[in-house]
Design a protein around this ligand. Structure first.
Ligand SMILES: [Zn+2]
Length: 331
């Protein structure tokens, strides 16, 4: 079914155009209104198309800021190919400073490939999958840990469906060059429902970043995003004059599934280690101070594998089943 999202942007026209992806939404106070998802297109007419998105989760800020700064940079740069930028993809979530949309509760990185007749979050996903992916030669979706996670700087990608796609994904990871890269099948998180998984299903090489934590702006994460985006635009010949720092080669690592720790109870989470720290098997990871028994001994948490802390829970208050720690290790 054709997307019901519209825009005044003619993606084939040369030059710079800015509008919204207009997502129909009928509410008590706006019966025939639409949600304004900001979108800008730079088209130099001769080269590949990059699709850059942030604000897929509204409380992750490094990518949102990096893309807004990139728009300013590209406005005074030579663009050969085409760059389509949506810095606040789930606009209602961005405006609310939340991971998920306050309108329908939708998690935009869990509803791909979306539905033309679904709620606003699903309609945005469907628009990206059916209207934007077909134009794109590469996709970068910028995430961070958000309100609940302190995440190490890492880039994620699905492997591609064949050798040609695998090489294209590998090139994108190498050029973006975050400190760490993980090729994943998504089985630990969003499976096939994420933006970058849906791009893979359309044959478009795509990466997703994790750049920081805690619904604030990491200076280091922002720099990694800005440098990576500039390198991609320069190396793919889309904005060949952009200055970009020489890449330090990314290190490929893998998630250690058995290393993840989830909260066994409701309580107050006291971590003993922090993100980026190396840990060993059997090492004490922290404790959870139970809320429902006073006084009681805190519940100990122990690492079942050795590795590097990829993420840890950010808020102290925790509930049964919350992800407290994840580990990765060099391959
Ligand atoms: Zn995210």
């Amino acid at each position: 079914m054709k997307s019901r999202v519209s825009s005044a942007i003619d993606f084939n026209a040369l030059g710079v155009q800015s509008d919204h992806a207009r997502v129909p939404y009928s509410s008590d106070i706006s019966a025939y209104g639409w949600i304004p998802v900001p979108m800008i297109c730079f088209n130099g007419g001769n080269g590949p198309t990059a699709l850059f998105t942030a604000g897929t989760h509204g409380d992750e800020y490094e990518g949102q800021v990096a893309l807004r700064k990139l728009v300013q940079l590209l406005s005074r740069s030579r663009v050969e190919g085409r760059v389509i930028i949506l810095p606040a993809l789930n606009q209602p979530a961005v405006a609310a400073g939340r991971r998920n949309s306050p309108l329908d509760g939708g998690n935009l990185n869990r509803v791909f490939p979306g539905n033309a007749d679904g709620g606003p979050t699903s309609m945005i996903a469907h628009y990206v999958a059916t209207e934007l992916f077909p134009m794109a030669d590469l996709v970068v979706d910028l995430h961070s840990g958000g309100s609940s996670l302190d995440y190490f700087t890492v880039t994620l990608a699905h492997p591609g469906r064949d050798d040609v796609e695998a090489q294209a994904v590998r090139r994108l990871l190498d050029v973006f060059a975050a400190p760490y890269s993980i090729i994943t099948d998504g089985s630990g998180g969003g499976a096939k429902s994420t933006l970058y998984a849906a791009a893979e299903q359309c044959g478009v090489p795509a990466i997703a970043t994790e750049l920081g934590s805690g619904a604030t702006l990491s200076r280091d994460g922002l720099t990694i995003a800005e440098d990576g985006l500039a390198r991609v635009l320069r190396e793919y010949g889309i904005a060949p004059d952009l200055e970009a720092k020489q890449a330090v080669p990314t290190q490929f690592v893998r998630f250690i599934r058995e290393g993840a720790i989830f909260s066994p109870c409701q309580g107050l989470f006291e971590p003993f280690v922090t993100t980026g720290e190396k840990v060993s098997t059997g090492q004490a990871a922290g404790v959870v101070h139970r809320l429902d028994e006073t006084p009681s001994d805190p519940v100990p948490l122990t690492f079942a594998a050795a590795g590097t802390v990829a993420y840890r829970r950010f808020p102290t208050l925790t509930a049964t089943g919350d992800a407290l720690f994840g580990l990765f290790d060099a391959q």
